[in-house]
Design a protein around this ligand. Structure first.
Ligand code: ATP
Ligand code: FE
Length: 368
């Protein structure tokens, strides 16, 4: 059985054909990041326009590379939630046209479920497992108990780590830095941090006295902004010029973000083992999302997993960010499990906001 997956929830237009066995037969991706970095952030109508301009080509290319024609597909799977309304609309409209034209079953996909399940395309990992999703729009700790069965342990109460790193990178004008040409904000910070001294600045990791698994990055961002303003004064430069201590700031920010993420994940490990949600002799931590490609954060999480007897798995970077493969794979998982495969698409809508699974964050907080 073959599934075509289509992704347009944010700023990437992706499509792929995946089979039952998890082989990727063909894939294509159009990335809008460059345009949005120039503009200083995603402008929804621009994202929508670019999805419209590229979706036909991307889907045709994925099908072409795979050598599969639409009539051969078992189903079409498409991201319908959560995401930018205008972006989701393009993928959904396009898919529904295909579905109706060829009378194919339709599988609506939750974007974060797809991120969480991607690992099963690459590695043999059984449910349940602990999953940490770190991206530009999300920060989630959950237990995946089944294809469509998640316990939400915690999430960011304000912004996501990728968003925060992008904002800090913008405030530091890293686009103008000679060593960071064309890099995403988080990537630029990682690059500069390698040769920076994190001891020069101390940014206290957020929520240290809270016993839950929630995250917060907005407060940390303002602490960093204050430090930047202070340094600009000391060095006698204006906003927009590059600080001489920029690498030290990058290293300290990256360290604080890593410590915060590690502390929350440790809490999630303790909670899920103690409450027998995960078994202590067979527990796995899966990490995905664009920020998971950060080697410093990843190493910290690897060490945390090792010391707590958790196996540690992370999909390859190209599958950690948005892509069509994960949507097609989620379609295969749902097809196999017989979950959410629609033969009638009447009333199907996109949903900009959609929680992942059952929220048990209060239980985590109350558990001692
Ligand atoms: P979502 O999937 O939540 O809708 P998104 O599509 O913006 O959000 P991704 O494509 O998964 O998220 O990730 C993009 C984010 O990852 C950006 O914020 C970027 O700065 C960050 N990022 C990329 N590389 C690195 C890195 N090496 N270190 C830290 N952050 C990084
Ligand atoms: Fe994503």
């Amino acid at each position: 059985r073959l599934v075509l997956g289509i992704e347009t929830s944010c700023d990437d237009t992706g499509a792929a054909v995946v089979d039952d066995a998890g082989s990727v037969l063909g894939e294509a991706l159009h990335c809008q990041k460059e345009v949005h970095v120039q503009a200083g952030g995603i402008i929804p109508v621009v994202a929508q326009q670019l999805h419209r301009e590229n979706i036909e080509r991307v889907v045709t290319e994925a099908l072409g590379v795979s050598g599969v024609s639409v009539p051969e597909l078992a189903a079409i799977a498409t991201t319908v939630k959560p995401g930018l309304a205008l972006s989701l609309e393009v993928g959904l409209q396009y898919s529904l046209n295909l579905v109706n034209k060829y009378q194919k079953p339709f599988i609506p996909i939750h974007h974060m479920e797809a991120h969480a399940l991607t690992v099963r395309l690459i590695h043999h990992v059984e449910f349940p497992f602990l999953v940490l999703l770190l991206s530009g729009g999300h920060c989630i700790l959950a237990v995946a108990q089944g294809v469509s069965d998640f316990l939400l342990l915690g999430q960011s109460i304000d912004i996501a780590p990728g968003d925060m790193l992008d904002k800090v990178a913008r405030r530091l004008s890293l686009r103008k830095h000679p060593e960071c040409h064309g890099m995403a904000g988080g990537k630029a910070i990682e690059h500069l941090a390698q040769t920076g001294n994190q001891q020069q600045h101390k940014f206290r990791p957020p929520l240290q006295h809270y016993r839950n698994c929630d995250f917060s990055f907005a407060g940390l961002q303002s602490l960093v902004n204050k430090a930047i303003i202070q340094k600009e004064k000391e060095e006698g430069i204006q906003e927009g010029e590059i600080l001489s201590c920029v690498k030290d700031i990058a290293a300290a920010v990256q360290h604080a973000v890593a410590v915060h993420i590690i502390q929350r994940t440790y809490r999630a490990m303790l909670f899920s083992i103690k409450n027998s949600i995960l078994s202590s002799n067979n527990a796995t931590l899966v990490v995905s999302g664009g920020v998971a490609s950060n080697q410093y954060i990843r190493k910290g999480l690897q060490t945390l997993a090792d010391t707590n007897d958790f196996a540690f798995l992370c999909p390859p970077p190209r599958l950690c960010t948005d892509n069509g493969v994960m949507i097609a794979w989620n379609g295969i998982e749902r097809l196999r499990a017989g979950l959410g495969v629609l033969h009638c698409t009447d009333g199907i809508r996109y949903e900009p906001k959609a929680p992942l699974g059952i929220d048990i964050s209060k239980r985590v907080e109350e558990d001692s």
